[in-house]
Design a protein around this ligand. Structure first.
Ligand SMILES: Cc1ncc(COP(=O)(O)O)c(C=O)c1O
Length: 423
């Protein structure tokens, strides 16, 4: 008999995918754990754990020494740069590792700020996570003018007309998110990069939320920088930045004198987290391995990654449609962002909602008791929760759907959520 999972007609092999993640065996009060908290950090396949512990067993050392484990460490880092270059569609020397997206963005905004003078302008958006807002906003103290682009409250999409008006001859940087971590909106970043370049400004893309949900091609976007965090795409807690070679070479990072002036190392401060860097290669390999399974003829790791995302996008969209359809049967639940299924290619399957009867924290707690892991609050998308006036009473409950979630999990979540909001 066909199951609900079969109805979705995906070529993803869900039972193989789920077998990769040891944490899926977790239970809460006798209920199986269901992870809808991926926007705050995804689960990690076994191969990532193995890569981290193998590094510590066989290669644990600092870099550039004249002995075996140090040489292995250099190789581990080189392999991870090559993996991330395949992930971004760039060259390995354009890949910078860092503690997380926030610290990479503070570092880059300090370096960009060195070139700016009073009266220069930076364009930011109110849809963005604060990590792509505050580091740039802080340049106000140097006399830089910060312009803030609004979003439409009805569907939480960026007001592109406002954005086009705010970009002008004084604009030096446009910093914008690829997708909203709160309401899922995918922005037209290619067009935004074009508008920035038309006035000679740089474009900095926060792809943290988008990275697990869709393919990234920095050359096609023509962005100057793009940053993401591997813990959001099945890897360890680290940040990774792509920078166009010419900018990484020209801009002056704040750094210690002993650090090399070569890119990308001059952007990487102190000793990196080598074991996590080993894990980054493994998470990229995990995504590629999905691609090899759906398209065995993939001629390269990059092609396999793109093949994987081709299927992930379709499957996640079907999950999102099913979940949103179930929500429509709950009149006391309000969802935010794009709700028209015909426009779902402009959103990630990240759903922010509120219920009349319960605060977001109450919903998250009750769901958590039933094994459903989901975030409540503002997730640092502070301008958004303030503008929508939900900051003062708990923000949203956020359900993040990922390729590793099943139809059965979504249906169980809908049933339990329905019972909670009716109680
Ligand atoms: C869209 C977005 N940007 C930036 C960040 C910050 O990333 P990190 O924790 O790597 O600093 C997050 C984290 O949730 C995010 O969702």
């Amino acid at each position: 008999m066909p199951t609900a999972q079969d109805e979705l007609m995906t070529s993803l092999d869900l039972s193989w995918i789920r077998s990769q993640f040891p944490s899926f065996a977790e239970t809460v009060n006798g209920y199986p754990a269901a992870y809808f908290d991926g926007p705050g950090g995804t689960q990690v396949p076994q191969r990532v754990m193995d890569a981290i512990s193998d590094y510590l067993k066989h290669a644990n050392a600092n870099t550039c020494g004249a002995y075996l484990t140090s040489r292995r460490t250099n190789q581990v880092i080189a392999d991870a740069r090559a993996a991330m270059a395949d992930f971004f569609g760039c060259d390995a020397d354009e890949v910078v590792f860092g503690f997380n997206m926030t610290s990479l963005t503070f570092a880059m905004s300090r370096a960009v700020g060195r070139e700016l003078k009073a009266g220069d302008e930076i364009v930011l958006t109110l849809l963005d996570h604060d990590a792509n807002f505050s580091p740039w906003n802080a340049l106000e103290e140097r006399g830089v003018v910060i312009r803030r682009v609004a979003f439409r409250e009805g569907d939480c999409t960026l007001d592109m007309q406002d954005l086009a008006t705010q970009i002008n001859a004084r604009t030096k940087m446009v910093a914008v998110g690829y997708a909203s971590n709160a309401v899922g909106t995918i922005n037209d970043v290619k067009e935004i990069v074009r508008l920035a370049h038309a006035v000679g400004a740089l474009a900095y893309i926060d792809a943290v939320h988008y990275a697990p949900h869709g393919p990234i091609d920095v050359r096609a976007l023509d962005c100057d920088f793009l940053v993401c965090s591997s813990y959001k795409f099945f890897g360890p807690h680290m940040g990774v930045l792509y920078g166009k070679r010419e900018h990484l070479k020209r801009l002056q990072p704040y750094k210690v004198r002993a650090n090399t002036n070569e890119i990308p190392n001059c952007w990487e401060w102190g000793t990196l987290n080598h074991e996590c860097i080993a894990g980054i290669t493994a998470c990229v390999e995990y995504i590629a391995s999905i691609g090899w399974r759906v398209k065995p003829s993939s001629a390269s790791r990059r092609e396999a990654i793109l093949a994987a995302y081709g299927e992930i996008v379709k499957y996640e969209r079907a999950l999102c449609e099913r979940f949103m359809q179930g929500l429509r049967a709950m009149p006391s639940v309000k969802t935010y962002g794009i709700t028209d299924p015909a426009r779902f290619d402009h959103r990630c399957p990240t759903i922010a909602l509120r219920a009349e009867s319960h605060t977001p924290l109450e919903l998250a707690t009750k769901l958590g008791d039933h094994g459903f892991f989901a975030w409540d609050g503002n997730y640092y998308a502070l301008n958004l929760t303030e503008q929508l006036d939900v900051e003062k009473d708990g923000g949203f409950l956020r359900i993040g759907l990922f390729h590793y979630n099943t139809v059965e999990e979504v249906d169980r979540l809908l049933k339990t959520l329905g019972e909670i909001v009716a109680s």
